[in-house]
Design a protein around this ligand. Structure first.
Ligand code: M6R
Length: 611
């Protein structure tokens, strides 16, 4: 979380930084700030959104050719002006921004307090900054050297950018655990948490690795490790265009991203799925097929929506490949003492590829000898690079905090992986294999049909928008979809929502059912459909308000439902890619009907790079 931007070169730094911060605002929007260097170091920062900072700076002298900027998701210290970044060192000489958490900051702060330092904020960042300042002062060394010494003492995660009043062209940057991309222009450099602030200036970028330090000047980029050895920067070309990160006429990124799904799913399947020849081409899977096919167990690690995609994959892989699958919250896996046996394969799922918990869980599994297969959206991200093999979802940049198109992209990739393994293992009949390839190919068109009826979901949203609670129920493949529907609703509309396996209701939650409780059934036609209908009866008998996502042509569920939304028929393996769409729309329309900023829901950030 937190977005960071830096610029050094001949342009005006402030507009570059401001625009970059707006693009990174999805990473946190508790406060924003910039530090500009021009005849002195000026720091401007403010609680609230980047737009609030921009407004407060109208009429101020923001001229500078070097600067750093930050948009914050608060960890240490409440969101206010004082705790906003950049921070200034006690000497007034250095300004720093930080994304991450310094876990041993309290100890370092104690040391600094005993040396007479005082602090203006409650942040761990200001502690690290003054620690660097103190080392530089005490050792009479360069800033670069002081940063190196300080970072060797630091426990935690960081991406830091520093500027020094005495060195008007240089930005010093370093990372461990939190992302950093450097864009290489002609006589200028751009630094950012991801590539979105950079792409309109240059497509040539360097992804900085953990424990690397960058000394960045307009015409020079020096990369070093913490042992002061030079590293040759590895320059890659960005495969992204500006349109992909703009709203394109939609009111919100979330809506744009929901409506993009026919295309993003198609892009994910394109070049891989060949129905006519009955093949799926995925180099990452092919290279590791022996290990995947013979895995005694697959462990899926992920968080949030990606975890829900993992739960769907558990059903698919066990069903089609007959390999036992466990799905773990990365945040739990990393702190347990998990048993990872020889041959076990870890599938790590992540949209951003930067989720700290998933990243650390990967490292932990690697230490135990596991093979890591990454299913990631963000190209070149930390998780993609930490995996032995993998497959990108090719969903394009996802900017709305609520994950939507990434979920269907993940399901598309995971279905293809399962089908490939099942085919290689011989655990699927030719007929079912062919049928499922055809079903996958048809998904983009079916999603299009669903989106054409978005107005019907909007009407349902209007009806239930004032509810204080909601339940989402499903069975089998649709149980994880119910969980996902509940997560979407709570994060976007702040309505308390819970997802449950429909059959579990009778073990407790049915006590919640009243005449005003909306109960959303994900009830598309599958092998459990009759059972789900019985569960619907149970809710109706208690006068609950039933909203059902059903398959076109289902005549029974409507008789038990107050509201229905029908999706095209599909095999149960594929159905979650369809049944989730109305749930995404429902949360979007409820959130907007309540007047919330659905792209930036309260307390959240898109990329969770702290634990
Ligand atoms: O980038 P990741 O897929 O690793 O992110 C995982 C979760 O943080 C993410 O899915 C989160 O739950 C979303 N806000 C859900 O909409």
């Amino acid at each position: 979380m937190c977005g960071i931007v830096g610029y050094t070169g001949p342009r005006e730094a402030y507009p570059v930084i401001l625009k970059g911060l707006k693009r990174l605002e999805y990473r946190g929007y508790d406060s924003a700030g910039v530090a500009l260097l021009n005849n002195g170091l000026k720091v401007y920062k403010k609680k609230g959104k980047v737009a609030d900072l921009e407004e407060s700076l109208i009429g101020q002298d923001v001229h500078a050719n070097i600067g750093i900027g930050h948009t914050r998701w608060a960890t240490h210290g409440e969101p206010n002006d004082r705790n906003a970044h950049p921070h200034l060192s006690a000497s007034g000489r250095l300004a720093m921004i930080h994304n991450g958490i310094i876990e041993n900051y309290a100890l370092i702060k104690k040391e600094l307090l005993s040396k007479g330092y005082t602090f203006k904020s409650d942040t761990d960042t200001e502690v690290l900054l003054n620690f660097i300042d103190e080392i530089q002062h005490h050792n009479e060394c360069s800033l670069e050297e002081a940063v190196r010494v300080a970072l060797k003492r630091v426990v935690g995660a960081y991406c830091i950018l520093l500027i020094d009043k005495e060195d008007p062209h240089t930005i010093i940057a370093a990372r461990k655990g939190s992302p950093l991309v450097i864009g290489i222009g002609k006589g200028e450099h751009f630094l950012a948490s991801d590539a979105t602030p950079i792409i309109e200036y240059t497509k040539e970028v360097v992804y900085v690795n953990d424990y690397e330090l960058a000394i960045v000047r307009p015409d020079e980029l020096i990369l070093k490790n913490l042992g002061n050895e030079k590293i040759t920067p590895y320059v890659t070309k960005l495969d992204m265009d500006l349109a992909a990160i703009e709203k394109g006429g939609y009111e919100h990124f979330m809506l744009k991203e929901i409506f993009e799904q026919p295309k993003t799913i198609y892009d994910c399947l394109r070049g891989r799925l060949d129905v006519a020849n009955g093949t799926i081409t995925m180099a990452g899977v092919e290279n590791y097929m022996e290990q995947l096919k013979n895995a005694p167990r697959i462990i899926i690690i992920a968080c949030g929506t990606s975890w829900h995609a993992g739960l769907v994959a558990e059903y698919v892989i066990e069903d089609l490949c007959r390999i036992p699958v466990e799905v773990e919250y990365a945040s739990e896996f990393r702190y347990r003492n998990p048993v990872v046996n020889k041959g076990d394969v870890i599938i790590a799922i992540s949209q951003s590829g930067e989720t700290a918990d998933t990243l650390v869980a990967i490292e932990k599994a690697k230490e135990q000898g596991a093979i890591i297969f990454g299913v990631v959206n963000a190209v070149g991200s930390s998780i993609a690079r930490a995996s032995h093999a993998g497959a990108y979802t090719h969903s394009g940049p996802e900017i709305g905090v609520a994950s939507t198109k990434a979920f269907t992209g993940q399901l598309a990739v995971l279905n293809m992986i399962a089908l490939k393994i099942a085919k290689a293992k011989g655990t699927i009949s030719d007929e079912r294999y062919k049928n499922l390839l055809g079903e996958l190919e048809a998904v983009p068109e079916k999603v299009e049909t669903i989106l054409e009826n978005a107005a019907a979901v909007k009407a349902i949203a209007e009806k239930y928008k004032d509810s204080s609670d909601a339940l989402f129920l499903g069975r089998g493949y649709n149980f994880p979809v119910a969980l996902e529907g509940a997560l979407k609703l709570k994060e976007i509309s702040y309505i308390h929502a819970e997802g449950y396996p429909a059959a579990e209701m009778k073990h407790g939650p049915i006590a919640l059912v009243t005449e005003i409780l909306p109960v959303v059934f994900v009830a598309t036609k599958d092998s459990y459909h009759e059972k789900v209908v019985s569960n619907m009866q149970e809710i109706k008998a208690r006068k609950g308000r039933v909203i059902s996502i059903i398959t076109e042509g289902d005549t029974i569920s409507p008789t038990l439902s107050d509201d229905i939304f029908a999706v095209p028929p599909a095999d149960e393996v594929i159905a979650p890619m369809l049944s989730v769409i109305p749930l995404q729309l429902l949360s979007y329309y409820v959130g907007t009907a309540k007047g919330y900023n659905v792209d930036m829901p309260r307390n959240l950030a898109k990329s969770v790079t702290v634990e």
